[in-house]
Design a binder for this molecule. Structure first.
Ligand code: AMP
Ligand code: MG
Length: 349
């Protein structure tokens, strides 16, 4: 059997065709895909050793499966158990992998001025977003929504006593749907780096984070068009950086030709509709995840204030008319695929 150059490249042996001194394998991107967190997950690792890279990706994918169980609000797992205890008015000993998330998300929720509120799990459930399938049919009764808004569940209702957590508000149900993927991204990149893979890209259904570079160039990330097919723009990032997008197109309740998206404004109990997508770049993927969701709730005028208090600066907002707003930091990094309806640069002072 004779191997041509392409066969060598496929086997990761390309560099061995070069002079025989210091013969080492070429760096190549090793990619794997899996289905976790109710979405397609892809991991790319730059490596000279594809077997080792595949083992490292398998390691993080096992962790994703465990995190999906432990951080899921309604299935059986650590967070589901806590929610059931809170609903029954009991204090609960929280799993050690979950406790730091609760502290972190409480602080981020405060910084968002309550627009990001993971304690509104009952409202999210009332709108029908507790199932893997998207809900259909008429929205919930206004009185039921109003009752939950009036109950004002908040992360500040939680009482922490060491590892035990209870709630002084029986309407608190915790939903980490807008935060946990960011935490998972951070932990995956930390783990890959600890295993020796410091050049990686992790994509959890459009929420991405990278480390290092893609060899001699940065990682190039597409941002999905919120109102059409394909990408609206792309950004090039390197080093430790997350690119997280929240969009009203992702999940929604369909009632005839009306759509009620899955991000709920805690002030009204109604889905947020004016901003159709918010993209945030930040080295901490958990903060970027929370911020992207919070900026959709904040809306097309108030978002800069919320961005400032959450400490995020590189942002792209698309409103329902397709108009784009960019911070100067984002403007310097983004390349549009087509021509948006309008583009405005907004400073976060
Ligand atoms: P994301 O896809 O990151 O924008 O997160 C959206 C998910 O977060 C929803 O599917 C809900 O589970 C949850 N969620 C909805 N509205 C809010 C909100 N105002 N604050 C925090 N979490 C929310
Ligand atoms: Mg989010």
């Amino acid at each position: 059997m004779s191997l041509n150059r392409r066969d060598f490249m496929k086997l990761g042996l390309g560099a061995c065709l070069l002079p025989a001194v210091g013969c080492s394998r070429a760096e190549a991107v090793v990619s794997e895909e899996m289905y976790v967190f109710g979405t397609l997950v892809a991991v790319d690792v730059l490596s000279r050793d594809s077997e080792g890279a595949r083992a490292a990706i398998a390691d993080v994918s096992h962790t994703f499966t465990r995190q999906n169980r432990d951080w899921h609000a309604w299935k059986s797992g650590a967070l589901g158990d806590l929610n059931r205890a809170l609903a029954a008015g009991r204090a609960h000993e929280v799993d050690p992998t979950l406790l730091p998330l609760l502290h972190e998300v409480r602080d981020l929720a405060r910084a968002s001025g309550g627009l990001f509120n993971p304690a509104i799990g009952k409202l999210v459930g009332l709108w029908g977003f507790h199932h893997d399938e998207m809900p259909v049919g008429a929205p919930p009764h206004a009185a039921a929504v109003a009752e939950l808004v009036a109950a004002a569940p908040s992360m500040d209702d939680l009482l922490f006593d060491g590892t035990h957590v209870s709630s002084r508000n029986p309407d608190v149900q915790i939903d980490l749907g807008g935060h946990a993927k960011g935490v998972a991204l951070n932990q995956a990149l930390d783990r890959l780096a600890a295993l020796g893979y410091g050049n990686a890209l992790v994509n959890l259904g459009g929420n991405l984070a990278v480390s290092g570079t893609r060899g001699d160039r940065p990682w190039r990330i597409g941002v999905r068009h919120p109102q059409g097919e394909g990408a609206i723009a792309s950004v090039e990032v390197s080093g430790r950086m997350a690119v997280v997008t929240s969009g009203t197109y992702e999940r929604y309740r369909q009632d005839g030709d009306r759509r009620y998206p899955h991000i709920i404004d805690p002030r009204s109990g109604q889905p947020a509709t004016h901003v159709v997508s918010a993209t945030v770049l930040h080295p901490d993927a958990a903060r970027a995840d929370v911020a992207a969701t919070a900026l959709v709730v904040a809306g097309a005028e108030a978002w800069p204030e919320v961005a400032r208090s959450l400490g995020v600066r590189d942002i792209m907002i698309v409103d329902e008319a397709g108009r784009v707003q960019l911070t100067p930091g984002m403007a310097a990094k983004v390349q549009f695929a087509g021509r948006p309806a309008s583009v405005k640069t907004v400073e976060i002072t």
